[in-house]
Design a protein around this ligand. Structure first.
Ligand code: HEC
Length: 186
């Protein structure tokens, strides 16, 4: 009777060995590797293609102050969504340099007197789309709302094109030099 458990153990070990043997053989492994790699290759190809498409499309999205149709759309967008805080004439809120009692800042001008033109287009776009709370340093209380839900990307670019169209040439070319040099400051 004492020999039984030993036999069973030996049997189990043999079964494991038999079951394991085909799994390690090459004919079994190759198709599995292929079924695993093909979807990955497809995903990588799709990501690369998507990225290339986006890169091709990106020049269309931009704040081109020389595009009259874009600037016209931007003037409407600005009047409806930005003028309330940044001023009908881009002049900003009165006393915009001074922090308010609640720790927030008034809306700065978007004309040549403000600091909008100190930033590249992609920063201005992200600041408008995501809002001040998302981009400002931790602890900074911002009154600049996110426009991700209220405006399409095209409308945001248009409002920035309108703002830029109001800058004197010298300021426009200084800001243009920032584009492409700096990334989004997040
Ligand atoms: C409710 C008030 C309010 C509205 C509406 C608003 N802003 Fe602002 N915005 C601010 C404030 C306040 C700031 C100053 C930075 C901060 O407090 O985050 C600011 C800052 C910005 C900045 C960053 C400027 C810089 O020099 O860093 C951009 C760009 C901007 N706003 C664009 C827009 C655009 C475009 C619209 C309309 C689509 C808009 N804002 C509507 C309040 C507003």
């Amino acid at each position: 009777m004492r020999s039984k458990p030993v036999n069973r153990l030996g049997g189990a070990r043999r079964r494991r060995a038999r079951a394991g043997a085909p799994r390690q053989s090459k004919p079994g492994a190759a198709p599995r590797l292929r079924t695993f790699l093909i979807p990955i290759a497809v995903v990588i190809a799709a990501v690369v293609a998507g990225w290339a498409l986006l890169r091709d499309a990106s020049p269309m999205l931009g704040a081109d102050a020389g595009d009259a149709a874009l600037v016209a759309l931007g003037a409407e967008t600005y009047a409806a969504h930005c003028a309330l805080c940044h001023g009908v004439n881009l002049e900003g809120e009165a006393g915009w340099r001074w922090q308010k009692a609640d720790g927030t800042f008034p809306a700065p001008p978007h004309d040549a007197n403000g600091h909008t033109w100190h930033h590249p287009d992609d920063y201005l776009f992200e600041y408008t789309r995501r809002g001040g709370a998302a981009l400002a340093p931790a602890g900074f209380r911002s009154n600049m709302p996110s426009f991700a839900d209220a405006l399409s990307d095209a409308e945001i670019w248009a409002s920035l094109a309108f703002i830029k169209s109001r800058w004197p040439d010298a300021i426009r070319s200084r800001q243009a030099r920032l584009n492409g040099r700096a990334g989004v400051e997040v």
